[in-house]
Design a protein around this ligand. Structure first.
Ligand SMILES: Cc1cc2nc3c(=O)[nH]c(=O)nc-3n(C[C@H](O)[C@H](O)[C@H](O)COP(=O)(O)OP(=O)(O)OC[C@H]3O[C@@H](n4cnc5c(N)ncnc54)[C@H](O)[C@@H]3O)c2cc1C
Length: 861
């Protein structure tokens, strides 16, 4: 074993081997993989080997599609077969709600370039005759599904990596990780120490233990998982003989079951409700190629449904039940990327579907390590998406919830209960007493809406408008006409200070930094000119002669943004960044009476001229020291008031008492989001994501190309010079009883006109490789992009996609935001657009000016 390497990958499961292969392919020569035992000694060897492309996150779905395409390539390079069976598969819906879910998935899949098809239960039965089709109302066919040989596939990656020069060391456990002052890692193994620039945790079942070697508790947990194999079945053999085809894969939502042909019999796996974590605190190092004891009682309820839905299988004898552990993160997607707070320590773990996702994970991570950027929108699997609140016990509760709902529908208004409440503000009990329906916002209990007195504060989950519709309408109207108060503790808050703070922020942000006491809104770009942040920044008065900036942003992106800030901090320690998290909480008051209300609580003049729109001031509110921004996301006259948690109850009580004479109401996050819609305001992670440029995102007025050489400036200037291909727009939709949820296709009656190939960007900027191994730079046209192509119906075609929307209660319109070709972005013609909601195309019209207060007069008064 050599003593130095550019990168050491720990773990020889399918994921580690894929990472090694992709690093070697990207040109890193001096790399090695260290495996505790033999390859596939974790969960990889006993996997059922199924693969598919569908995923709730369209970006993860694209990486899954890449994984499936990759198998041919690694077979060719390695000479090792993966035993690929591309059978196709169906998802079976047993209720109209599940059918709505499939319609949504199908609509989304279409512009992502997936060839899914909605079919009848009888059509599904023709491909899988063991089912009783009368149990179902419909199905969705996906041709890119199948199964493979897990061990062969892992070895194919490994052999291909070796051929490209990578080294693999077996039977050698990594026992310790330490880091030198210069950043070099000491990878201490049973056979000696390797000095490495980079370390990658691909430890699978032991990923948590490897994280602990560097002081990180990764939110990952192994679960026991069972599948059964039947004896050979004459029905299967007969089907194969008469059709010349293998039986397809079937996914049954109701029973949380998947099933497919395995040799001449059937394989059936379950995600049972009474699921069981494996080694919940520590994974034993001596666990090897062994299986766990099957527990048929645990999966009996699922099997009962399975045998009812697939009576053909019940008759068969069970040959074997496999029970093995594999790992999950809280939401079932992988943990990939650099760990915030550490240097050159990377993760590719919690990959629960290694044979669907391993290739995409390897590609994204190798891009990130080699080129400094994953090259794709990988937020859905970024290790930074969970906060410190995702502790061992929190993870345990959430992973069990996720496992037992593996194939369940998540409704757009559905909040999941496990591990809650975790974080609460001092107002938690007050909000409960106010009949608030609370939601989980990055681990924090946050009021969503307030149920009428006497009614149960609970969402009726649905794809259609639900029981929150009227109360939210009342919250919005009262706020717009009088005044409302809401909690905004869930925003991210940072303070940047030090002598060079202004220069530092000017280098990171696209807008000019504000003067003392003023606020600016500013996007942040990466080197490729793509949107990676959107902030509100205020310049506070100097402290000890040093500049001080307050920054507010998206709560879910706190670790993601801290990672970026830390990467760009000067090494001399001259600039400090403090993330407040819940040590700073907030309240927002909004509406025409909000100034009168606030004036009663402060001892300074806050008249229009004395405290202008976009002013920032430190002042006492109701006797508590606070920071106040004259700005609100509702787009009305309003204020954001920030205070230490110890003062939040005092300030809230003062606001409630002072607000009585103005008819003050409480409003929740859903009313806030409804109000931002009628102002055409975007949201981070929906409208604004790293797949879009700033001009595509219609953020033009915040991009000051002439101010200085900020990160991404050159690419942004190019985007502006060439003209953005896409534009973010707002629509008014002629909806029925359901509004858009996000990701719906946008159709236009464009006749024979060609607006160019419209692509849903997925990859961006960073160099990456197409399926043929050719490097592709700076283009959306590689495998990551989804051309909205060929989806034509008469003179209509799909020209874009929705990012978010809902009902705008004050203007009484259903609204949506999304991306369309720039040439269509200002076309407000009625009859031009349609947006597909739950499978029905509804007329929609672009609304260039926001329907509420288009001149912005109300927020400036
Ligand atoms: C019953 C069952 C059925 C499944 N069915 C499917 C399926 O149909 N489709 C699908 O896609 N997925 C399936 N999976 C999941 C799949 O097995 C996993 O997604 C995949 O194996 C994860 O691979 P990995 O490389 O991340 O982890 P692992 O396979 O666990 O590999 C981790 C490796 O790291 C090594 N290691 C750990 N710590 C150290 C150390 N300190 N030093 C050196 N080496 C170390 C281990 O020895 C191990 O070889 C199934 C899993 C089970 C249990």
């Amino acid at each position: 074993m050599k003593s130095h390497a550019k990168a050491v990958v720990i773990g020889g499961g399918v994921v580690g081997c894929s990472v090694l292969y992709h690093l070697a392919k990207a040109g890193w020569a001096d790399i090695m993989l260290i495996e505790r035992s033999e390859l596939t000694s974790g969960s990889s060897w006993h996997a059922a080997g199924g693969f598919h492309t569908l995923n709730g996150d369209p970006n993860v779905a694209k990486l899954q599609a890449y994984t499936v395409r990759l198998y041919k390539e690694i077979e060719e390079i390695s000479g090792q077969s993966c035993s690929l069976h591309l059978t196709g598969g169906v998802m079976m819906a047993d209720t109209p709600e599940r059918m709505d879910f499939l319609r949504l998935a199908h609509a989304k899949g279409r512009y992502l370039g997936m060839d899914t098809e909605l079919i009848t239960p009888s059509e599904a039965k023709a491909m899988f005759p063991l089912m009783d089709e009368t149990n179902f109302v419909g199905a969705m066919w996906d041709p890119v599904e199948g199964h493979l040989d897990p061990s062969g596939t892992t070895h194919a990656y490994a052999k291909a990596a070796r051929k490209l020069g990578a080294e693999i060391v077996l039977r050698n456990r990594v026992v310790e990780l330490t880091q030198e002052v210069d950043g070099t890692w000491n990878v201490v193994t049973e056979q000696g120490t390797v000095k490495a620039e980079h370390v990658v945790n691909c430890g699978g079942l032991w990923a948590r233990e490897i994280g602990r070697m560097v002081g990180v508790e990764l939110p990952v947990l192994a679960m026991e998982h069972m599948y059964l194999l039947t004896e050979p079945m004459p029905e299967v053999e007969e089907f194969n003989k008469s059709t010349g085809r293998e039986m397809i894969g079937v996914l049954d939502f109701k029973g949380e079951i998947y099933t497919r042909q395995e040799r001449n019999g059937i394989l059936l796996g379950t995600y049972e409700k009474a699921c069981k974590p494996w080694s919940p605190v520590n994974t034993p190092w001596d666990f090897g190629h062994e299986l766990l004891q099957p527990d048929i009682d645990r999966i009996a309820p699922s099997l009962e449904i399975g045998f009812k839905h697939f009576p053909g299988i019940e008759k068969a004898g069970i040959k074997q039940i496999i029970n093995g552990p594999f790992t999950f993160a809280l939401d079932g997607n992988p943990l990939v990327g650099p760990v915030q707070g550490l240097t050159n320590f990377w993760c590719a773990c919690a990959v629960m579907a290694g044979f669907s996702q391993g290739g995409g994970v390897g590609l994204a991570l190798s891009n990130w390590m080699v080129h400094g950027d994953p090259g794709f929108d990988v937020w859905g699997m970024d290790v930074a998406r969970f906060g410190e609140w995702a502790t061992l016990r929190y993870t345990n509760a959430k992973v069990r919830e996720n496992y037992s709902r593996r194939f369940s529908i998540r409704f757009p208004n559905e909040e999941l209960p496990a591990a809650r409440p975790a974080q609460t503000t001092p107002l938690y009990d007050t909000m409960l007493a106010n009949n608030a329906v609370l939601g989980d916002s990055w681990g924090l209990e946050t009021p969503l809406w307030f149920a009428p007195r006497g009614s149960e504060p609970k969402d009726v989950v649905s794809f259609h408008r639900s029981n929150d519709f009227r109360p939210i309408g009342e919250e919005v109207r009262a706020t717009r006409e009088r005044v409302g108060v809401t909690e905004i503790a869930n925003f991210a808050k940072y303070e940047v200070s030090g002598p060079g703070a202004e220069d530092f922020l000017n280098r990171l942000m696209t807008n000019r930094m504000p003067k003392t006491g003023r606020i600016v809104l500013t996007p942040m770009l990466n080197e490729f000119g793509r949107l990676i942040g959107d902030f509100t920044i205020a310049k506070a008065g100097p402290r000890g002669g040093e500049d001080r900036f307050m920054i507010w942003g998206s709560s879910a992106a706190q670790k993601y943004h801290m990672r970026w800030f830390e990467k760009h901090l000067p090494k001399d320690g001259s600039i400090r960044i403090h993330r407040f998290d819940q040590m700073l909480v907030g309240l927002s008051i909004a509406g025409p009476k909000s100034r009168d209300l606030l004036q009663k609580l402060v001892d300074v003049d806050i008249s229009t001229k004395a405290f202008r729109f976009m002013d920032f001031r430190e002042m006492a509110v109701g006797g508590a020291p606070c920071m106040v921004n004259r700005i609100t996301y509702t787009g009305d006259l309003g204020y954001e008031i920030w205070m230490a948690p110890a003062y939040q109850r005092l300030v809230y009580k003062a606001i409630k008492e002072a607000g009585e004479e103005f008819g003050l109401v409480d409003f929740g996050m859903r009313a806030l989001l409804s109000m931002r819609l009628e102002k055409n305001f975007p949201t981070w992670f929906r409208e604004l994501r790293p797949i879009y440029g700033p001009f595509e995102g219609s953020m033009d007025r915040f991009i000051k190309l002439e101010k200085n050489d900020f990160i991404g400036r050159e690419a942004a200037a190019k985007e502006q010079a060439e003209g953005p291909k896409l534009r973010r727009v707002s629509f008014i939709v002629d909806a029925a009883d359901a509004d858009v949820m996000g990701d719906e296709p946008i159709w236009a009656k464009v006749g024979g006109k060609d607006y160019g190939t419209v692509e849903k960007p997925h990859g961006y900027g960073a160099p990456r490789f197409d399926a043929g191994g050719k490097e592709v730079r700076g283009s959306n046209a590689a495998e990551g992009a989804s051309a909205v192509r060929g989806i034509v119906d008469g003179d209509c075609r799909v020209v874009g996609w929705v990012t978010s929307g809902g009902y705008a209660h004050y203007v009484e319109k259903s609204m949506a935001q999304g991306y369309v070709p720039a040439a269509l972005a200002e076309n407000e013609s009625a009859g031009l657009f349609e947006i597909e909601i739950l499978g029905h195309r509804r007329p929609a019209r672009i609304n260039v000016e926001p329907p509420f207060d288009p001149s912005g007069e109300k927020m400036r008064t």
